[in-house]
Design a binder for this molecule. Structure first.
Ligand SMILES: Cc1cc2nc3c(=O)[nH]c(=O)nc-3n(C[C@H](O)[C@H](O)[C@H](O)COP(=O)(O)O)c2cc1C
Length: 347
């Protein structure tokens, strides 16, 4: 079973991701991970921290002589920016976990909430996802993302100006990103049980990205406004291509199973919660009205959220792939995959 967890605080020593269940004999180097980490730190509207941190992965287990050996892969991302770790604050920030987290964990210093609830943790998800991406590339499965809109505007030419204006006002912006998986075979996921559905796994993984407030697969919410005759993708057959569709409103998933078309997922990211012109709030210690705590922050991080989206989708796709074609070495998985493709082409 493929699984991963992350550990680490935003301004602590380091972030750590542990990925277990990756087959042996996959070529893996820190560079495979660093390129995705760099993309997570990029994008117009990012805050000053991105200039301080240049994430570099240290693979501390699971790899020998440049290849995975089947044991858990631990990846460490040392933090350069640690100076805020000991700075307490109590002016709760709306839109963050500060209020609910402080009460839930019985904390008097909201720093204890911020440090783990911060989206800095998504660097760990990106590291684990990069290994999954490398695994999937062995089977010609690719995952890419793009920004669809910022602040409700589709035209990319407007975005930098809008982000600059938001920054000047001490405000922030959200938007929509899309992730596409191409090259996935028919048959990942299943309808036989609710928790076997790949659509459910993908939606959960994307919804769990900090700041994401809505997820769509294929036509998504657009399907509510059109009749069935326009919503569903008709099926065709060609001797060379096999079964195929001319449209992809289903976003590559039918009955919770990949149907051979690109898997298309969109997500809405709310505007960044930390505002330089702070919102009204309450001080956790005194209960008196107070402006929210301000800490250096992004103004807009939709592009970076798309990179995190790629990572969590890479993990879910790799997990579904291994559930179906599982093996302990890359060779065993390849042989299972090839035999399935042979069986499917006979149909
Ligand atoms: C890549 C990325 C970067 C983010 N950067 C910031 C940031 O700099 N400041 C901020 O307030 N929120 C940022 N967020 C969003 C918050 O982490 C998120 O809104 C907060 O943790 C509350 O979680 P929720 O919005 O899911 O409820 C970022 C999210 C992502 C995915």
């Amino acid at each position: 079973m493929l699984r991963y967890i992350t550990a680490g605080e935003s301004h602590g020593k380091a972030l750590v991701a542990i990925l277990e269940g990756c087959p042996a004999n996959l070529l893996l180097s820190p560079e495979d991970i660093n390129s995705d980490l760099a993309r997570r730190q990029a994008g117009y509207g990012r805050g000053p921290r991105m200039k301080i941190e240049t994430d570099k992965a240290e693979i501390i287990s699971g790899v020998r002589k440049g290849k995975t050996i089947g044991s858990p892969i631990a990846i460490m991302l040392p933090n350069k920016s640690t100076e805020l770790f000991n700075t307490p604050f109590t002016q709760l920030r709306p839109g963050h976990a500060d209020l609910a987290g402080s009460i839930k964990y019985n904390q008097k210093d909201a720093r204890n909430i911020l440090e783990r609830a911060s989206a800095r943790e998504t660097a760990g998800r990106v590291a684990a996802g990069a290994v999954c991406r490398k695994f999937l590339s062995e089977f010609k499965i690719k995952i890419e993302s793009r920004t669809v809109s910022i602040g409700g505007v589709l035209s990319a030419g407007m975005w930098e100006k809008m982000i600059d204006e938001a920054r000047e006002k001490g405000d922030s912006l959200g938007g929509i990103f899309e992730v596409a998986v191409t090259g996935a075979p028919i048959g990942l996921g299943s309808y036989v049980q609710w928790d076997a559905r790949l659509d459910g796994d993908l939606a959960r993984a994307v919804m769990a990205i900090p700041g994401v407030k809505g997820v769509e697969i294929g036509l998504g919410f657009g399907a509510a406004a059109i009749p069935g005759s326009k919503a569903h993708d008709e099926i065709f057959y060609d001797k060379q291509k096999g079964f195929y569709h001319k449209t992809n409103n289903a976003g590559g998933l039918e009955g919770g199973i990949s149907n051979g078309e690109p898997i298309i997922i969109k997500a809405v990211m709310k505007p960044i919660s930390t505002l330089r012109t702070p919102l009204q709030s309450v001080d956790l210690a005194t209960k008196a009205p107070s402006a929210a705590h301000v800490e250096r922050s992004d103004v807009c991080a939709v592009e970076a959220a798309g990179v995190v989206g790629e990572a969590v989708i890479a993990f879910e796709t790799a997990r579904a792939f291994l559930n179906k074609f599982g093996g302990d070495s890359l060779e065993e998985v390849s042989s299972n995959y090839t035999s399935y493709l042979k069986q499917a082409s006979v149909l």
